[in-house]
Design a protein around this ligand. Structure first.
Ligand code: DC
Length: 223
């Protein structure tokens, strides 16, 4: 039996609200590939820990919660231990706590094998911060997708308003800037443009244009 899994992976990494989730999902749909939203796994581990009343500085307990949680992704919905938590995962409180939990090496280690299990036929598009650098270092294509903080804040603000959640633009900019700083400065798997990823700045691109760029880079490399 081959030790390595040869199914192609497209790794799409980048900061919050860069649009990488939408682009990654669209690329996966176009190719008929599986899709891994690794941020959702970090959010699920955080929600599991919060619901168990864990101390967020107890990294051993956090890692156990991340390892033991029962999660399912189906028809655009996400469940945790049998309960639909799709909306609960996206609250600002969970976002802020997740960024702390994701800084724990023990939690990152606990989620590694779970993430790698998403690599199945005929291929995978993986969205996160360290997909190309740590989780799938042999990915066929690695993209670091970003946009100006003002553009990202505008996109996040629009999303929040669409969900009926009131938010001040200045607060959204502040929250994104803080989260970027936390995700970039942590010692383990920091958010960073690693050398073998192609840099894709979507500040002036539509979603369609960004998807087309990624697909064309993939076609150039596909076996
Ligand atoms: O992509 P997102 O906003 O759903 O990610 C939620 C948090 O998880 C964010 O603080 C970054 C972190 N994260 C991470 O550290 N590594 C990943 N591969 C994905 C997300």
């Amino acid at each position: 039996m081959a030790l390595r899994n040869e199914w192609p992976v497209i790794a799409i990494d980048g900061p919050s609200a860069s649009g990488k989730g939408t682009v990654a999902e669209r690329v996966a749909a176009a190719l008929g590939f599986h899709f891994l939203d690794s941020g959702a796994l970090y959010r699920l581990a955080t929600l599991a820990a919060l619901r168990q009343g864990l101390d967020l500085s107890d990294t051993t307990a956090l890692a156990a919660a991340a390892r033991d949680m029962d999660v399912a992704f189906r028809d655009g919905r996400t469940s945790l231990d049998g309960e639909d938590v799709t909306e609960a995962l996206r609250t600002e409180a969970v976002s802020a706590a997740t960024s702390r939990v994701a800084a724990s090496p023990a939690v990152r280690e606990a989620l590694l094998a779970r993430q790698r299990r998403f690599r199945q036929a005929p291929g995978l598009v993986a969205d996160g911060r360290d997909m190309g650098s740590t989780v799938f270092p042999d990915a066929l294509l690695k993209v670091f997708l970003t946009a100006d903080v003002a553009v990202r804040a505008g996109r996040r603000h629009k999303q929040l308003m669409e969900k009926g959640m009131c938010a001040k633009m200045s607060d959204v900019v502040e929250e994104l800037t803080q989260r970027d700083a936390r995700d970039s400065n942590r010692p383990v798997a920091p958010l960073r443009h690693y050398p073998d990823a192609i840099f894709l700045d979507t500040t002036a691109l539509s979603v369609d244009q960004a998807v087309e760029r990624v697909l064309s880079w993939y076609r150039e490399r596909a076996p």
